[in-house]
Design a protein around this ligand. Structure first.
Ligand code: ZN
Length: 503
């Protein structure tokens, strides 16, 4: 294979130091990769969009230094921009809102027909071209689920369909990139959803076919048959898990390698995503590098992980990535990061207690705590997976303290409720030092604030209990504990239409 790469997701709250990036390049080369992708979105110092550049964005100076040092040694450094979907950091900054296709929860898209959109994204691309030397330039194009939402786009979609709207936009943009002397690259998902859009694209476009839960053979074959060069893209399964689903990660990477070879694709890009919400890059980088050894040299997975992370890391990866997710359906692949979703992402940690209390308070919780202790006893662990272990242990202990509070509430032992909630907050605070250290080391700067938000929800619940206990109704009436800890709770709202919904 010509192309053996992996992609680092700077866009999702990462601010790697110059030394971190230098080490990433050196380790990538040493493990067998010949491409490092830098996924940027809004986190690059775009001279054309200074209003979007927040602290910690990647600078052109750093990229130039990396290229000066590593390109001659055989490492390509390719920028991955986005230019239509996944423009959240732009449209949610003052200066970019007017380009939004429309309001949406989650991913946010530009309006492809707004007269300022093309000049704006051409500015971003020019900024990248001025810094990155590689022939290839990835301009994104994935998950544009808002196609046709605004009135102008809706009218155009009525005429030529979503495939036409997408195809016209990216047909013009890819040709423009070619005119700048570079080869445009696009993600493949929207082309699979709207195949007629392919008719608009010059065949010099390289399609990155990302398939994270199946092998890419059939989809990549469609692109090959249509005349495109293809890169097959599996993922390290971290964004969808509590830490990493190890077996699916390995299986999908192996399948992508097989299919890439069979289809004479350019190669494989191992993607990594979303190292935030109480996850960090250092704990899984040995697996990324092990994938490089696997793809480049055919090394056995176990040997490759041991070579990259050490003996104790390999054992810990087995416990965290294989054994622990099998303890219950809640954590088992392919469930979708339920633990971090309920515990962290919803910004109310009682959501985890609502759905996981039976597991956490019973034998499953005991088993998880035993596994975490076993992992702690595995000898020197270089602290790489300490955060992930602590997250699981804290999750179990937290739910148990909340369940104690719930039982005390049901029997009107108000001071016991408050004490259990105080213990629950102290349990959460066990994560504080690790999250702060990760932030200081270039990981998510938001996560320490997320932890404070979780703690504040516990303090608010304790305050509600204290206020209720001052004048409890003589009848003995109390709302359920689920209602009391809900973000929408209000005193005397007995029917609790809002607060009765799951957090
Ligand atoms: Zn529009």
């Amino acid at each position: 294979m010509k192309f053996i790469g992996w992609m680092y997701d700077i866009a999702r709250e990462q601010s790697p130091s110059d030394d971190d990036l230098d080490a990433l390049c050196a380790k990538s080369l040493a493990s067998g990769y010949n491409v490092l992708g830098l996924y940027l979105e809004h986190r690059f110092e775009y001279p054309s969009a200074p209003w979007a550049v927040a602290p910690g964005a990647l600078s052109g100076r750093v990229v130039r230094a990396l290229q000066d040092k590593y390109v001659a040694r055989g490492l390509r450094i390719i920028p991955f921009l986005n230019t239509l979907g996944h423009m959240e950091g732009f449209v949610r900054a003052v200066g970019g809102g007017h380009l939004s296709e429309g309001p949406r929860v989650g991913a946010a898209q530009l309006c492809p027909l707004h007269p300022e959109t093309v000049p704006f994204v051409q500015g971003l691309i020019r900024d990248a071209l001025a810094v990155f030397d590689d022939e290839w330039l990835h301009i994104g194009g994935d998950e544009t689920q808002q196609l046709g939402q605004c009135p102008r786009c809706a009218a155009r979609v009525a005429e030529i369909g979503k495939a036409g709207l997408y195809g016209e936009y990216y047909g013009a943009l890819t040709r423009w990139v070619l005119e700048q002397g570079r080869r445009p690259c696009l993600w493949g998902d929207m082309l699979l959803e709207h195949p007629e859009a392919m008719d608009h694209l010059p065949r010099e476009t390289v399609i990155f076919d990302w398939q994270y839960e199946q092998r890419p053979h059939d989809t990549s074959a469609r692109f090959r048959e249509a005349g495109f060069d293809v890169v097959c893209c599996p993922s390290i399964q971290t964004y969808n898990s509590g830490w990493c689903y190890l077996e699916p990660t390995q299986r999908y990477i192996d399948e992508h390698r097989e299919d890439a070879l069979a289809l004479r694709a350019e190669g494989v890009l191992v993607t990594t995503w979303e190292f935030a919400y109480f996850q960090d890059y250092p704990s899984t980088l040995p697996i990324v590098y092990a994938a490089g050894r696997r793809l480049a040299q055919g090394a056995a997975w176990e040997d490759a992980i041991r070579a990259e992370g050490g003996e104790s890391y390999a054992r810990l990866a087995e416990i965290l990535g294989e054994t622990l997710p099998q303890t219950c359906d809640f954590l088992r692949p392919p469930t979708w990061r339920q633990l971090r979703d309920r515990f962290v992402m919803r910004q109310n940690p009682f959501a985890l207690w609502q759905v996981w209390r039976d597991d956490a308070c019973g034998p499953v919780g005991d088993r998880i705590l035993t596994l975490c202790e076993e992992a702690d006893n595995q000898g020197p662990r270089e602290n790489l997976v300490g955060g992930a272990l602590e997250l699981h242990a804290v999750a179990v202990h937290f739910v148990r303290r909340v369940e104690e509070a719930n039982r005390a509430w049901e029997s009107a032992r108000y001071s016991d409720v408050i004490e259990s909630l105080q213990q629950a907050e102290q349990t959460l605070l066990r994560l504080q030092a690790g999250l702060s250290a990760t932030a200081s080391a270039g990981g998510s700067p938001v996560d320490p604030h997320r932890l404070e938000r979780l703690c504040s929800k516990v303090r608010v619940a304790a305050q509600r209990v204290a206020e209720f206990a001052e004048q409890p109704p003589v009848s003995g009436y109390r709302p359920t504990f689920e209602v009391l800890v809900h973000d929408s709770w209000l005193p005397e709202d007995q029917a609790a239409w809002r607060a009765g919904m799951i957090v």
